[in-house]
Design a protein around this ligand. Structure first.
Ligand code: OTU
Length: 671
């Protein structure tokens, strides 16, 4: 809707600041603003329209947008204009991510710079640096408790160094992701300290209560995130004799987004990070940002409006800046983070496919893909132009919230099945080779999640300890097969650092009182560079995984049908041990991915391929470069084996692309 007064006032604000030298960029900025102003106003009034000061706050927000645009470096403004014209920049098959902790992976930011070549050698071109903004010295939840959003923690280096790395990555056509911890600050943040010293202005930045009556009401509906290490959702502040809301740890104070000043402050920080040169921001704990007493206080309508408003503002200032929703919630809830109604496709462009990740682990433990197939098929369709992050492991635990209807249908009891998975991955089940551990056991609900590195959960760590070469082979196959899935499935693959060389659990956290209460640290290893050096030895487990993964990445990048055009169909292979899905693009390329989830050989009828329009005996497997193995009218898939099957035309184009890709993957910086 066109609102003449709104446009007039915005023009006024802008003209006071306008810099004639960048006329073209300002023109583009105003056009984007005019296209979005009424939506921004509408979203803002939905959250704050009932407050006395809403109009003042609204105009201050407009000024913030103009100021952050003025502050936006010119290269980024130009990049915005290109990206706006081509939204494919975050959807394409060339993108492969890795997430890592700067300190645990390399040391300081400087040291990290010298390790970028290692990452790039693998084929990764998108890096998620785990939290590195200033955070308290003791417990800080791996940096997810921020005390200053505008400073890099000195233990990593400086903001200047971060900016330099962002520039260098851009020069290498690599993308950068950082976290925006938007639900809470550290109790050492300036706002929290002022609140603690009694300042009511800053107490209003958080959820403060004089007694237990409101907190008790909230508690009725709110689950506990860390029932063992941080029970309850409130913390008593003795010097004030007040209660403050702390959904995560007691040192992470939940921000009160009912206060429009909090929204504005966080919006400015978000755009500040965009201006540092972050391409894709991971918005942490987005499901939690708006609390309603008596409810779970997750996935509230207002939590979505906050994101939609943030997106609308970012679309004006920095349209080449994408959002990842970190919402580890049920599929029908996750899907809402891509935007609904008038904001359809305009909330977060990217979300973690946590359900798919957990289903993969379910299939590994069960040696059966029925649940995986049904569960993945039940994930609702998402808007065009949005995409998933597909991953196997990350710094968090694996949650096991499966669709109970599907479990029932398969004759499984949700309670017993979850218990089976936790026991299996903790190595407490006969025949299990896993070395993980239960995380966040809640005696009240019987709920638990799983910790452990990929190599620990997949049985590699144990097989190496036992020096069992047959089991080592199987575990490596399994690890590559799983990576082959996230690299070909619809979305963006995100590799977890250390997994590329099969790093096992790291128990050193137990000696650190600021970490020992949280066993997620077991799968946040300190990188072992001697182990990484073995990647050049093709006979070592490290070499087999690294080389295998490197090849999978190269082949993904040469397969345009793996770009996410909402072009994924999960099929029934006719064999419960074999997971099957079809990928295609609108230029006619298509690939069928078949994966054997068991330690024995399995077969799929050629009929499965012909039904999908393929001519079975003409098909080629991209992974081996040859035809698949036939046995009469069956295709044979070895233990934990995988095929990327395609027709001859797609295959020929693919081989040409592969050569090109191999040529292009050279590293420029540092020369
Ligand atoms: C996120 O976690 C982070 O990934 C965790 O590392 C942090 O501890 C947490 O936020 C607090 O900042 O909020 O939307 O282990 O899956 O807490 C889900 C549980 C989150 C995590 C969950 C998650």
């Amino acid at each position: 809707m066109y609102d003449p007064k709104l446009h007039f006032q915005f023009r006024q604000l802008l003209s006071e600041k306008e810099n004639v030298k960048a006329r073209q960029e300002y023109e583009a900025f105003s056009q984007r603003a005019f296209a979005n102003l009424s939506r921004i106003k509408n979203l803002f009034t939905r959250l704050y329209g009932n407050q006395k000061n809403w109009e003042t706050q609204y105009w201050l927000l407009m000024e913030d947008l103009i100021q952050t645009f003025i502050d936006r470096p010119v290269e980024l403004r130009r990049q915005d204009m290109n990206r706006e014209a081509d939204r494919d920049w975050y959807l394409n098959e060339k993108l492969v991510g890795m997430m890592l902790y700067v300190d645990r992976f390399a040391g300081k930011l400087d040291d990290f710079e010298s390790k970028v070549s290692y990452i790039k050698e693998l084929g990764v071109n998108w890096i998620h640096l785990m939290p590195l903004l200033k955070s308290p010295e003791g417990s800080n939840d791996g940096g997810y408790a921020v005390s200053d959003y505008r400073a890099v923690d000195p233990k990593f280096g400086s903001m200047e160094e971060l900016r330099r790395i962002a520039d260098k990555l851009r020069g290498e056509d690599m993308l950068l992701t950082l976290d925006m911890v938007m639900n809470h600050t550290a109790d050492e943040h300036e706002w929290a300290q002022k609140a603690r010293s009694g300042d009511p202005y800053y107490q209003d930045f958080y959820y403060f209560f004089d007694n237990r009556s409101m907190p008790d009401w909230y508690e009725e509906g709110m689950p506990e995130v860390f029932p063992q290490s941080a029970p309850g959702n409130f913390t008593h502040i003795p010097e004030l004799n007040k209660w403050v809301m702390t959904v995560f740890h007691n040192y992470q104070w939940d921000l009160n987004y009912r206060n429009p000043i909090v929204f504005r402050e966080m919006m400015k920080i978000l755009l500040f990070l965009a201006n540092v040169g972050v391409d894709i921001i991971r918005l942490d704990a987005v499901a939690f940002t708006w609390k309603i007493p008596g409810s779970t206080s997750q996935n509230t309508e207002e939590a979505h409006v906050i994101l939609q408003l943030m997106k609308a503002c970012a679309e004006v200032v920095a349209p080449g800046f994408a959002f990842i929703a970190e919402a580890i919630v049920a599929p029908h809830e996750v899907i809402r983070y891509f935007g609904e109604g008038e904001s359809y496709g305009h909330e977060c462009e990217i979300a973690y496919n946590a359900t798919f990740m957990a289903l993969l682990w379910d299939a590994v433990a069960s040696e059966d893909t029925t649940m995986l197939r049904k569960g993945a098929q039940a994930i609702p369709a998402k808007p065009d132009g949005t995409t998933w992050i597909n991953y196997l492991r990350c710094h968090d635990d694996i949650g096991l919230g499966f669709d109970e209807n599907i479990l029932h249908e398969l004759g499984k009891s949700p309670y017993h099945h979850k218990k089976y998975l936790v026991d299996y991955y903790s190595g407490n089940f006969k025949g299990s080779m896993a070395l993980g551990a239960p995380f966040a056991f809640n005696p009240k609900t019987g709920d638990a999640r799983i910790s452990g590195s990929l190599a620990a959960l997949a049985g590699l760590e144990r097989a190496i300890k036992d020096n069992n070469s047959e089991l080592i082979d199987l575990a490596i196959q399994k690890i590559l097969m799983l990576h082959g899935i996230i690299l070909s499935y619809g979305g963006l693959p995100m590799i977890y650092y250390g997994d590329e060389i099969g790093m096992g659990n790291d128990h050193s956290y137990l000696d650190d009182p600021d970490k020992s209460y949280d066993n997620r640290w077991m799968h946040r290893p300190i990188m072992d560079w001697n182990k990484a050096d073995k990647r050049v030895d093709p006979a070592s487990p490290e070499g087999r995984i690294y080389k295998g993964l490197q090849k999978l990445i190269l082949l993904r990048k040469s397969s345009p049908e793996f770009a996410d055009q909402n072009s994924l169909s999960i099929e029934d292979s006719g064999n419960p041990f074999v997971f099957s899905f079809l990928r295609w693009n609108y230029e006619g390329a298509k690939t069928l991915v078949l994966s054997n989830f068991t330690s024995s050989t399995h077969f799929v009828r050629t009929e499965h391929l012909s039904k999908l329009g393929f001519i079975p005996y003409d098909m080629r497997d991209k992974l081996s470069g040859s035809a698949p193995k036939f046995y009469h009218d069956l295709i044979e898939i070895p233990p934990y084996g995988q095929y990327w099957l395609t027709d001859k035309t797609t295959f020929d184009a693919f081989q040409a692309a592969e050569e090109m890709e191999a040529l292009q993957s050279q590293f420029k910086w540092g020369v």
